[in-house]
Design a protein. Structure first.
Length: 80
């Protein structure tokens, strides 16, 4: 995950595209996944879990807590 500048902007745009469940654009994540035979929901879930794990390391979260990413709210929580 990029921290600043152009990389962060590109990461944020890609994340927004992946999390958007709208199908009205021919190049939406949902439509691309369908054409390729991928399960969009499964991929999204895996990417959110990856982000939680990476953020846990970056934020130095102890074993008693974990990071919870809530995509719709664009928030990150530390939970027990």
């Amino acid at each position: 995950m990029a921290q600043s500048g152009r990389g962060k902007k590109l990461f944020d745009e890609a994340e927004e595209w992946i999390l958007d469940e709208v199908r009205d654009c021919i190049f939406s994540f949902e439509n691309i996944c369908e054409v390729l035979g991928f399960n969009a929901k499964y991929l999204r879930h895996g990417l959110v879990r990856w982000k939680e794990k990476k953020l846990s390391k970056e934020l130095n979260v102890t074993e008693n807590y974990k990071v919870k990413v809530i995509p719709d709210e664009q928030k990150i929580y530390k939970v027990r």
